[in-house]
Design a protein around this ligand. Structure first.
Ligand code: ZN
Length: 112
């Protein structure tokens, strides 16, 4: 049974939601104001995800919230996935590139 944590974009409160049925995950709504305008937070459960599965779950076509980029791990992750999608094979240079990503330089280079 997945437990997800959300922040409501309407009333700004955070709450966790236990889904008894995984099929209704997309129907999550705020406990307080019933808004469906929610941001899913990284919960303690997702720490156990491998980087591969975090990459797989990351949708680079959607802008991530400001908070997302406050976690420097996510910046590197986003960059990795984005470059895979662009067909850029960086091999062992990846770590170096990810370091650049953490300092924000990577977006300058790849947005040219
Ligand atoms: Zn709310």
């Amino acid at each position: 049974m997945p437990i997800y944590e959300y922040r409501c974009n309407q009333c700004k409160r955070e709450f966790s939601h236990l889904f008894l049925n995984p099929k209704v995950v997309s129907q999550a709504q705020c406990k307080y104001c019933k808004s469906k305008n929610l941001t899913r937070l990284l919960s303690c459960f997702s720490v156990h995800q491998t980087e591969e599965s975090r990459l797989a779950n990351l949708d680079t076509s959607k802008p991530q919230g400001e908070d997302y980029y406050k976690d420097s791990r996510n910046i590197g992750l986003w960059a990795k996935k984005r470059m895979r999608e662009l067909g850029v094979d960086l091999g062992s240079k990846m770590d170096e590139i990810v370091e650049k990503g953490r300092t924000g330089k990577i977006l300058e280079e790849f947005n040219k």
